[in-house]
Ligand binder design. Structure first.
Ligand SMILES: [Zn+2]
Length: 413
């Protein structure tokens, strides 16, 4: 039996008083997070040892409440404050693990201060805060009130935590984490697939299928770009500028939602139709710093491969990222020869062995072969473990992930 954590996100509609209470809670969580960060930074600069999680909690929550400057921390749920600090501790642990090399993949930046101007404000309630879904369908949040929820689908079981989010378009969401042991393993299928994520197409599959972002998504993205240009021409501090900012935020939220829906459909279909899925580990963060950044972030590969990964775990399929340094593009998938590097605009090429290769298809076939070779020996040892819910609410900022944060918000179907 597998234990799986799933995330369910719903739109919520707090009234004016509840919005005020939420704003206060967002603010308090931010202050506790920033106070904790500041104390640890000061300790480091003074050459003192790292402040333990317990000590920090005492100083920035328990003792702070007794001071005049922080007495108002008493007005919000204590769990919200503890969870903000838990986020800080996680951010530190990830950073240390990354620095010492215990954590693979892209480098994690040290925690950063949160700002009231951040696009996304979030607080988390755990079960011991006694949040509750009421019989009348409202969500009871301690010290906030009973908030109306649009239940777009059923919550399958009692949630272990709920994160309340306010996005840049002033919309509110409740994101529940549910732990289930339901066996959702799909019946096995024969086919396996390698996927090349590209700039020309969103993805090319080793079976020859090409995936292009749908027209409505490209149109929405173009509209967003136009609104952003409008915004840049508005005078700073003006009323018109404030209005334009909100317009951009709304358009951005729409694009992100549309892209997420589309990626959900695509990733579900790929996992359903294939027993094993292999993608190239692009280290999107690395690419993101180059001039390709714009298209990379627009394409949202990181959120897409995350979907593939957790759906594979959830439905009992194999998912693996193939080493990023593997020369998938210039290795001939027929003879194995590694050819000269080629510029991005070369879409097809001839190998000295006589075969004619489409750049992306050849890469996808190589990714599949490498993934199978890599994984076949390990497959027997793989044990199903706890599948984490995608941490779209992780408020720990990772350097390059910033621009894609709104894209990475994942609702589980
Ligand atoms: Zn060849």
């Amino acid at each position: 039996m597998r234990i799986v954590q799933l995330r369910y996100r719903y739109r919520v509609y707090p009234d004016a008083a509840q919005r005020t209470a939420l704003a206060q809670a967002f603010g308090c969580a931010r202050v506790v997070f920033n106070d904790g960060l500041r104390l640890r930074q000061q300790a480091r600069e003074a050459g003192e040892k790292y402040i333990s999680d317990g000590d920090l909690s005492k100083r920035v929550i328990t003792q702070a409440k007794d001071t005049e400057e922080r007495a108002w921390l008493c007005e919000v749920s204590a769990v919200v404050l503890q969870q903000a600090l838990a986020d800080l501790n996680t951010a530190y642990r990830n950073y240390f693990a990354s620095v010492t090399g215990k954590r693979k993949g892209r480098k994690v930046a040290p925690p950063r201060y949160r700002s009231r101007k951040d696009n996304r404000q979030a607080i988390r309630f755990t079960r011991n805060s006694r949040f509750k879904v009421l019989d009348n369908g409202r969500l009871r949040l301690p010290k906030i009130g009973d908030v109306p929820v649009r239940w777009s689908r059923d919550l399958p079981s009692e949630a272990t935590s709920v994160t309340v989010i306010k996005d840049a378009a002033d919309r509110y969401f409740a994101s529940f984490v549910v732990t289930t042991t339901e066996n959702e393993t799909l019946p096995p299928v024969e086919s396996e697939v390698g996927i090349d994520l590209g700039l020309m197409h969103f993805a090319v599959m080793s079976d020859g299928a090409t995936v292009t972002a749908p027209k409505f998504l490209r149109r929405a993205a173009r509209k967003l770009k136009r609104l952003q240009q409008d915004l840049s021409r508005k005078e700073k501090g003006s009323n018109r500028r404030r209005k334009a900012v909100m317009k951009v935020a709304r358009a951005h939220a729409r694009v992100a939602d549309t892209r997420r829906d589309w990626q959900h459909k695509l990733s579900t279909a790929i996992i359903r139709d294939n027993q094993a899925v292999y993608v190239e580990d692009l280290a999107v963060a690395g690419l993101g710093r180059t001039r390709l950044a714009k298209s990379v972030h627009d394409a949202g590969w990181a959120s897409f491969t995350t979907m593939l990964q957790y759906k594979a775990q959830r439905y009992g399929r194999t998912f693996a990222r193939v080493d990023r340094y593997f020369p998938s593009t210039r290795m001939c998938s027929d003879c194995g020869r590694i050819n000269e590097k080629m510029p991005l605009d070369v879409r097809a090429w001839h190998c000295p062995c006589g075969s004619h290769q489409d750049r992306d298809l050849n890469a996808a076939i190589n990714i599949k072969a490498a993934g199978q070779a890599d994984f076949n020996d390990r497959r027997a040892q793989v044990r199903p473990g706890l599948v984490p819910a995608p941490r779209s609410e992780a408020v720990t900022h990772q350097n390059a992930a910033r621009a894609t944060r709104s894209v990475a918000g994942i609702a589980v179907p």
